[in-house]
Design a protein around this ligand. Structure first.
Ligand SMILES: [Zn+2]
Ligand SMILES: [Zn+2]
Length: 345
């Protein structure tokens, strides 16, 4: 079968022929992959940045966002059948550590990530533990089922607290940022302001329903947010850029007693900010967001896509044949896309 492979350390990836997976273990299934989508994580692995160099052990099949159909299952697998239409939680949680046993499997102590720690989904078939699969509603287009995993990140970030009638600032309009705009609107936010520097992404943010998009290189973000919120600042701040200035500006833009959810991943090991004035004395609540609440956010993602309350056609900007994965990777590397989906079968 064809698979996209990280063969060696250093920049790049290759598509090559590898043997199909066979003999699922008692708790495993084999899925025929229909669609995959390219994540920022895959770009990091392609570029071989500091994070990738410290984490990835080639050779490995990359990719973790996919949708497909079960073609074989182990004898102990329950609740799933051959022919089921599925997507997968990329976090392979252990199921027995303290976190897993107390409803926090997304921060499992023995976490393995698909396409990072074990062979991933950029292949025609994948063999994986059945427990990480989500059965997708049949009404959902496979192109959109493929992006349910990052969509779950957006839902996790935005739904930590009630947003009804609240004003919101989102920093960063990458794929998850633009999904977050739509989720915030569905959740009842009264105003969604987005901060973004790239022209392509400014347009994407507008198309996904942002009320105001501000380029912080051209305008003073904090002043503009204050102006738009009668001098109060926003009630909720969602950090999705991984940019230290955006993080600090977001906290400055927040109203005292407001809340911040931080999904962005920052380069280097520390970001300095004024804890006294931006956190403690401001009395804000700050949440670190990683992964998805398993499987609560999956259920929400499924229902929002099935009902079309979230329009994923505004997020998936490119659908390409599997063989044209390099073109997709280039678009992602340049920030000239929303989600890029590849048609595997
Ligand atoms: Zn991802
Ligand atoms: Zn665990």
């Amino acid at each position: 079968m064809k698979a996209i492979f990280k063969e060696h350390e250093g920049e790049g990836m290759e598509m090559k022929e590898v043997p199909e997976p066979t003999n699922p273990g008692p708790d495993e299934v084999i899925v025929k992959v229909k669609r995959v989508s390219i994540c920022g994580t895959d770009v990091h692995i392609y570029n071989w940045d500091e994070w990738a160099a410290s984490r990835i052990k080639p050779p490995i099949i990359v990719g973790h966002e996919f949708a497909g159909e079960i073609v074989e299952k182990g004898e102990a697998v329950q609740g799933l059948e051959v022919g089921d239409y599925v997507a997968a939680e990329s976090h392979i949680y252990c199921g027995h550590c303290y976190q897993c046993r107390t409803g926090r499997a997304h921060v499992c102590q023995n976490l393995k990530i698909l396409g990072v720690d074990v062979d991933g989904a950029f292949a025609e078939y994948i063999k994986i533990p059945a427990r990480i699969l989500w059965r997708v509603s049949p009404e959902i287009d496979p192109n959109y089922a493929s992006v349910m995993e990052p969509f779950g990140n957006a839902i996790h970030t935005v739904t930590v607290e009630d947003l009804t009638g609240r004003t919101v600032l989102i920093t960063g309009a990458g794929p998850i940022g633009i999904m977050a705009i739509q989720v915030a609107k569905v959740e009842g936010a009264s105003l969604v302001i987005v901060s973004e520097v790239k022209d392509y992404r400014i347009e994407l943010a507008k198309r996904n329903g942002a009320d105001v998009v501000i380029n912080p290189m051209e305008k003073d973000l904090i002043k503009e947010v204050k102006k738009l919120t009668s001098g109060e600042g926003v009630d909720a701040f969602f950090e999705m850029s991984g940019n230290a200035d955006a993080f600090r500006q977001g906290l400055e833009s927040l109203t005292p007693g407001g809340m911040a959810s931080v999904l962005g991943v920052f380069h280097g090991d520390s970001v300095c900010f004024d804890i006294n004035n931006l956190l403690t004395f401001k009395g804000i609540r700050m949440y670190g967001i990683t992964g998805r609440r398993i499987f609560e956010t999956w259920r929400i993602a499924d229902q929002l896509l099935k009902s079309k309350r979230v329009d994923m056609s505004k997020v998936v900007t490119h659908v390409l044949p599997f063989e044209e994965w390099r073109k997709g990777m280039d678009l992602m590397r340049k920030g000239q896309s929303g989600k890029v989906v590849l048609e595997v079968s």
